[in-house]
Design a protein around this ligand. Structure first.
Ligand code: PBG
Length: 334
């Protein structure tokens, strides 16, 4: 930026444009809106169930008959999209996670319920096996190894089944190589060319997923860690390669995950590819903020501040467990 001769104190006083609410609103470079949010929701078996998640106060697992009510509330606040994750009965978990491909599994039931009640809401469903496997990994295993290409076949079936249940956006979160292209081809061959793919492209092997694994019941199951398929938090250039490959394979939208510790990645991805770019403020980030706000150690303003940071870094949209309360807070401001 050129050092303009007049951009000097006292001719220039930066505080002039911060004096009143009116001018602050006028010069604001970024703005949060309910349109920016995707609200992740957990589904559990049963009837009339709304079960709290211990490590995520304020977050619940809903039975399929209860979920539409929650989604209706989100729609009323102007939230355009939700993402569904299942807490799978341990009795239904197998080595190969085949419950993922059951057209009547929890995610499919919930998707049908939501789409019947609120057809205009965008429904995002993960493609990954971890909620369904006895070992808690996102793919099938042979000994200690997570098998890439064998997993792809299952992910394709999982994606098609979810899309047939009404899911309009498949979100591969498994980090197997080639999954976006495989899923794209599988969807197209099944006549589901309109189903879009939001790729978890730069997904890191992060400690911030702990409460999520609690919420979907894969925490105790998980053997080892996910570092042979999720990205090393040390890397940044590698994220660009991942995103580039996913775009070439047919991703309609890309994602960076987690959020707050990876704002630099978000910025690089958006600047490099100019794609619809999303960020996932994950369960551990929620727990961290929720816990400190609930204790009164931080004011609840930090929640919107954290979300605005994603917009500033280049996000077009944000997956956040705060979606509903943030939308309510934004709507109340009007
Ligand atoms: C499944 C999946 C995970 C998350 C979204 N999809 C967990 C993981 O990869 O272990 C994390 C979401 C969160 O922490 O909020 N592959």
């Amino acid at each position: 930026m050129p050092d303009l001769p007049d951009a000097r104190f006292p001719v220039t006083r930066m505080r002039r444009n911060r004096r009143e609410d009116a001018v602050r609103r006028l010069v604001a470079e970024n703005r949060l809106s309910p349109d920016d949010f995707i609200w992740p929701l957990f589904v559990i078996d049963g009837d009339k169930q709304k079960v709290p998640v211990d490590s995520m106060p304020g977050v619940f697992r809903y039975s399929p008959d209860m979920i539409s009510e929650a989604v209706q509330e989100a729609a009323d606040e102007g939230i355009p999209a939700i993402a569904l994750f299942p807490f799978t009965d341990p009795a239904k978990k197998t080595e190969d996670g085949r419950e993922a491909c059951n057209p009547d599994n929890l995610v499919c039931q919930a998707t049908r319920a939501v789409k019947a009640a609120l057809p205009e809401i965008m429904v995002v469903c993960d493609a990954a096996l971890d909620p369904y496997t006895t070992h808690g990994h996102d793919g099938v295993m042979n000994g200690d190894e997570i098998l890439n290409d064998a997993t792809l076949e299952i992910l394709i079936r999982q994606s098609v089944v979810q899309a047939e249940a009404g899911c309009d956006t498949i979100a591969p979160s498994d980090m197997m190589d080639g999954r976006v292209g495989a899923i794209r081809q599988g969807l197209d061959e099944a006549g589901l060319g309109h189903t879009r793919i939001m790729a978890y492209s730069a997904k890191y092997a992060s400690g911030f997923y702990g409460p999520f694994r609690d919420a979907v019941g894969s925490k105790l199951a998980l053997i080892g860690d996910k570092r042979t398929y999720q990205m090393d938090p040390a890397n940044s250039d590698e994220a660009l390669r991942e995103v580039r490959m996913d775009i070439r394979e047919g991703a309609d939208m890309v994602m960076v995950k987690p959020g707050m510790p990876y704002l630099d990645i978000l910025r690089r991805v958006k600047e490099t590819f100019a794609m619809p770019t999303f960020v996932y403020q994950v369960s551990g980030e929620y727990a961290m903020l929720r816990g400190t706000v609930d204790r009164g150690w931080l004011d609840e303003k930090v929640i919107l501040e954290s979300l605005l940071g994603f917009k500033r870094a280049g996000a077009d949209g944000i997956l956040t467990y705060f979606a509903l309360e943030a939308a309510k807070a934004l709507n109340a401001r009007r």
